[in-house]
Design a protein around this ligand. Structure first.
Ligand code: UDP
Length: 316
C-alpha cells in the first residue's frame, strides 16, 4: 500500500512514517518544512516532497499516485496558530479541500487528523464524540486553532455526505513522545527541557487545569485501527487514559528527572496577553475506539520515562 502523509515531517508524521516503512509499506510525504524536519525522514529513506497542501495541482498529482491519504498538515498547536491565523485557516480550508477533491476524483480513502481542541471549554468528566463544541469569542485568537480543525471536520463530513468521499476522522488528545519539540510551547517537552537544565518549570496560572496525555506508540495503534476499520464518515477520540493536572505533571517530571528546578507560576495574561483563554479540563472518552480493539499500553510514567531518556540522549 502506498500512503501519502501530509505534514509527515512533523512529530506524529515522522513516527507514523517509521512505523509504516517498518511494516513494508510505501510512504510519500508532503510537507512545507516550516515546522517539520526532513533529516529524520531522509535517514529512513522516505520519499519527501517539499510543498504545501494549498497547491491544488501538486496535491491532485500526489493523491492520484497513492492508495491512502493521511492528512496531518496544519500549523502546530494553539499558541503558534494564534500568531499565524491566516495561514492556519488557509491550510485548514484550502488544503483540506484540495485533498478531499482529489480523493473524491481518484476514489482514495482519507484519514483526517482533528484535535481535542474542537471541544473547547468542556467541563464533562470525559467527552464523547457526540458532545458539543463550546468555543470562546472570536476576539480571542486562542480559539482560532479549534476553528481551523472544526472547518476540516465539517468539510470532510460534508464531502462524505454529499459526494460519498471515504473519510475518517481521529481527534488527537495531547499526544506526547520522543522528537516532539519544545519550540511551540507544548508542555511535556517544555517541562522536560526545563527540568534537565535546572531552569524553572513554567506552569501557567495555578496549574489546576488538566490534560490526558497519549503516548505516540498508543496513538499510532489507534490510527492503524481507524484506517483499517470498515465504517466511513466516523469520528474517533484518540488519546490516553490518565488525567493529570499541569502542576502534578510538573512535580512528576521534576521527580522523574531528579531535578532541583523550582516551579514558577505564570498568569496567562503575563504569558499571552489579556485575550488568552483555554480549556481547564480535557479527558477523552475512548469507548468508541476501544470497540475497534484500542488498548493503550503506556502509563503516563512510562511514557515520560521514554521521553526523558530520549531528551537526555539527544539533548533536544
Ligand atoms: N502549559 C504550561 N506551561 C508550559 C506549556 C503549557 O503550564 O510551559 C499548560 C497549558 O497552559 C495547557 C497545558 O499545559 O493548559 C497543555 O499545553 P499544551 O500546549 O501541551 O497543549 P494544549 O492542551 O494547550 O493543546
Amino acid at each position: 500500500m502506498h500512503y501519502l502523509i501530509t505534514g509527515g515531517a512533523g512529530f506524529i508524521g515522522t513516527h507514523l512514517t517509521k512505523r509504516l516503512l517498518e511494516k513494508g509499506q510505501q510512504v510519500s510525504i508532503l510537507d512545507n518544512l516550516t515546522t517539520g524536519r526532513a533529516e529524520r525522514l531522509t535517514e529512513l529513506n522516505a520519499n519527501v516532497i517539499v510543498g504545501c497542501v494549498t497547491d491544488r495541482e501538486l496535491v491532485s498529482r500526489l493523491v492520484a499516485a497513492s492508495d491512502y491519504i493521511i492528512h496531518l498538515a496544519c500549523i502546530v498547536g494553539v499558541r503558534l496558530a494564534m500568531h499565524k491565523g491566516i495561514e492556519t485557516l488557509k491550510i485548514s480550508y484550502l488544503g483540506t479541500e484540495n485533498l478531499l477533491e482529489a480523493a473524491t476524483l481518484h476514489q482514495k480513502e482519507i484519514f483526517i487528523a482533528s484535535s481535542s481542541a474542537i471541544y473547547g471549554k468542556i467541563s464533562q468528566l470525559s467527552v464523547t464524540e457526540k458532545d458539543d463544541s463550546l468555543l470562546g469569542a472570536s476576539s480571542k485568537a486562542s480559539w482560532l486553532y479549534s476553528v481551523g480543525k472544526l472547518v476540516e471536520e465539517h468539510l470532510s463530513l460534508a464531502y462524505f455526505r454529499e459526494r460519498g468521499t471515504k473519510i475518517k476522522i481521529g481527534r488527537f488528545f495531547n499526544v506526547i513522545g520522543c522528537y516532539q519539540t519544545d519550540s511551540y510551547g507544548m508542555v511535556v517537552p517544555n517541562f522536560v527541557r526545563q527540568a534537565l537544565k535546572g531552569s524553572p518549570l513554567t506552569v501557567y496560572e495555578d496549574g489546576s487545569q488538566t490534560r490526558t496525555f497519549g503516548y505516540i506508540e498508543d496513538i499510532l495503534d489507534g490510527v492503524e485501527l481507524i484506517t483499517a476499520s470498515g465504517a466511513h464518515g466516523q469520528i474517533y477520540n484518540l488519546g490516553g487514559f490518565e488525567e493529570i493536572s499541569i502542576l502534578e505533571l510538573a512535580l512528576k517530571i521534576k521527580s522523574l528527572t531528579s531535578s532541583a528546578s523550582p516551579i514558577e507560576f505564570i498568569p496567562y495574561a503575563a504569558a499571552f496577553g489579556s485575550n488568552f483563554e483555554e480549556t481547564r479540563k480535557r479527558v477523552p472518552n475512548i469507548s468508541r475506539l476501544r470497540q475497534l480493539g484500542y488498548s493503550p499500553r503506556y502509563s503516563l510514567d512510562n511514557a515520560l520515562r521514554e521521553i526523558i531518556a530520549h531528551h537526555t540522549l539527544c539533548k533536544n
